[in-house]
Design a protein. Sequence first.
Length: 271
Amino acid sequence: METEEPPRVGLLLREWRRRRKLSQLDLALRADSSTRHLSCVETGRARPSREMVLRLAEHLEVPLRDRNGLLLAAGYAPAYRESPLDSERMAMVRSAVRAMLAGHEPYPAAAIDRIWNIVDRNDAMSLLLGTVPPHLTESGGNVMRLILHPEGLASQCLNFAQVRAHALGRLRHQADTTGHRDLRELYEEVSAYPAPPDLDADPGPVDPTGIVVPLRIRTPLGDMAFFSTIATFGAPADVTLSELAVESFFPMDEQTDTLLRALAAMRPEGQ
């Protein structure tokens, strides 16, 4: 006897639950439901309400883009809009991002999307990207490619093996927790890049006295060391906004701070 496949929403919810390493009991308790009902939803014996789909997605920490996908799979309209960043609706967001980037001068900062494409940056970023070939900075560039490509910052990075291990681990974790194919494809691409010649491929042991993985760059003006933070928007209700982040670089030592401030003072106004 042929059996019908469970509705796609049930399969997707089960996939997200397993990705989050939760049992049906764990999720049912968090979502104020029962394991019996959750089992029926996953196997297709029950159709979840729109509210149930959204509640389960929230407790599974499903990204807004994928919450819309879950709703569509269950036969409902998407709940979240996806507005182009250059649209009138996102004018306030663009203004806030520009204020964050400008306010971080003389230190580098860039706004990035969910697959690490740079959508905006401040003037100080030119210090890091000034020697990178144009084909890596077209349309803003991609952070992972800029860091790991042999013609990018890899050739200037003094601790490339350590930075590479951290960047790939971060990207792999993001791909695994979201299941997004484009992130997996980006990981496969950048992880296959060859290391620049004469660089140690062994990241070595983690420094127990350190608190962050630094980015150490050789520049024509001297060696610089940075650490970075990533800021996201709170309580986003738009897909684009939920996937937007600002990565800000800070100097790790006095020499880097002095060089950055000197360069800012030398830079002509408006450049």
